[in-house]
Design a protein around this ligand. Structure first.
Ligand code: ATP
Ligand code: MG
Length: 427
């Protein structure tokens, strides 16, 4: 008798063998002479049948949804069973008898969201979390191959990275600190030691709007590296995206299928990506949005319209300086344009922003002042330009936005186990 995972049975590796599985009751259907128990473990779900004359009939009868159990029986092929295999149960050991499980099919979306701690056991969340883990692994693999060192920046910070409107302030003993909106400035520090650095860490944004692409806490994959320009940046980002897509598509076929997500669009992601300038984006959008002029930021709707045209990931680069953060490097002979680039995907729009960083101390101070920031708050950041400044680039990609696109999720809250939004922070 072998202790096995449900996936091993479903792969036909245990047929006609005596097996033991450990898991939870996922579904139960009771007839006069037969009980069907669907058991789940981390790897899948399988049906088991218990006959009236079986010694475990009484145990099976008592079992409730989500009770934990150890079940022994014979694995066999059965075309009638979902997944094509089942276990003919011979012994059941109830480990934890569950009380009446609150989640059932008739419950509202809202109720299920309130029961997040239990809903994470669902097939959907199980599968999303597995794909999420594969995306993280593939990302790390790519950074490592490109000789990047993973670093750990702080989450408590003393000066804003992005605009003040999405900054979370908090009481830190006797003073005010913030939760980081991006680790970029810290990656820039570490770049002077390690050259190519990246981190995968939370970023916090006090986003009041409820959209399918905003959380207040999300995971940010950020990279920063020295002696590089916009072309290096776009080549790196598309390489990362293609690597993640190819790797995950190869490893997670089962997960995509069960989630009903279109894997073909992910498999189709190959370099190079289309690149258009912001100026060209405005020209393309103008017929549909006549009010859109050079200088305006692209909204979600604009990005979606653009993305529909391409039907796959692409870049928009060279944005107006006025709508970009203080650290964006500008072109010498036309400083109204900043070396900034967004990667966009269908349905979601922006999934990453990157760019060249201003490496000239005086220009950087000028940009800070233009944006109403106090250079003295950024003394350490200015030091990086005082001591051996180098041209460098970096980017940040939102992990959850990437997953929303890959897995065709309806809402970003399903891309993370414990979503934080204006209204949700329990548990
Ligand atoms: P948006 O304009 O959509 O609010 P942003 O331009 O403010 O995004 P950036 O500062 O460029 O965001 O952050 C880099 C990346 O981090 C984004 O491209 C996106 O993938 C992700 N991101 C930003 N804000 C959020 C958020 N509130 N929730 C989830 N992901 C986010
Ligand atoms: Mg952005």
């Amino acid at each position: 008798m072998a202790l096995v995972k449900i996936s091993q049975i479903l792969e036909g590796k245990c047929t006609e063998q005596k097996v033991t599985v450990r898991g939870w009751v996922y579904r139960k259907r009771e007839g006069k002479a037969l009980i069907f128990l669907v058991i789940r473990d981390s790897t899948g779900v399988i049906q088991s049948t218990i006959k009236k004359d079986s010694p475990c009939w009484n145990d099976a009868q008592k079992l409730t949804i989500e009770s934990s159990l150890i079940l022994t029986g014979t694995a066999r092929e059965d075309t009638r069973a979902p997944g094509g295999f089942e276990i003919g149960a011979e012994a059941i050991e109830t480990v934890g008898l569950a009380e009446n499980f609150p989640i059932s099919k008739d419950k509202s979306e809202e109720f299920i969201r309130d029961m997040r701690h239990l809903w994470l056991r669902s097939r959907k969340m199980n599968l999303v979390m597995k794909v999420r883990a594969e995306v993280l692994e593939a990302a790390r693999e790519y950074f490592k191959k490109q000789t990047f060192t993973e670093v750990s920046p702080p989450m408590f910070i003393s000066a804003a990275v992005e605009g003040g409107s999405t900054l979370f302030a908090l009481k830190y003993f006797e003073q005010e600190l913030y939760l980081t909106q991006s680790s970029q400035l810290y990656l820039e520090i570490l770049m002077y030691s390690l050259e190519n650095v990246y981190c995968i860490a939370p970023s916090f944004r006090a986003e009041k709007s409820r959209t399918i692409r905003h959380l207040t806490e999300y995971w940010h994959m950020e990279g920063e590296w020295a002696f590089a320009d916009m072309n290096d940046l776009m080549a790196f980002e598309e390489g990362l995206m293609a690597h993640i897509c190819q790797t995950v598509a190869a490893k997670c076929e089962k997960e995509f299928k069960e989630l009903g997500a279109d894997i073909e669009k992910v498999k189709a992601v190959k370099t190079p990506f289309p690149r258009i300038t912001y100026k060209e984006a405005i020209q393309r959008l103008k017929p549909k949005n006549p009010a859109l002029d050079w200088g305006a930021d692209l909204g979600y709707e604009d990005e979606k319209v653009l993305a529909e045209d391409f039907g796959k990931p692409f870049f928009v680069y060279d944005y107006p300086t006025a709508i970009k953060a203080f650290y964006c490097k500008t072109y010498k002979d036309h400083p109204e344009v900043a070396m900034s680039v967004d990667m966009m995907v269908p349905r979601i729009g922006e999934i990453s922003t990157g760019g060249a960083r201003e490496d000239n101390k005086d220009l950087l101070i000028q940009r800070m002042k233009e944006q109403g920031l106090k250079p003295e708050d950024y003394e350490w950041y200015l030091d990086l330009r005082r001591y051996g400044t180098v041209p460098h680039v970096g980017f940040g990609m939102g992990l959850e936005r990437l997953l929303v696109w890959m897995l065709d999720l309806e809402n970003i809250i399903d891309a993370i186990p414990f979503p934080r939004t204006t209204r949700r922070f329990y548990p």
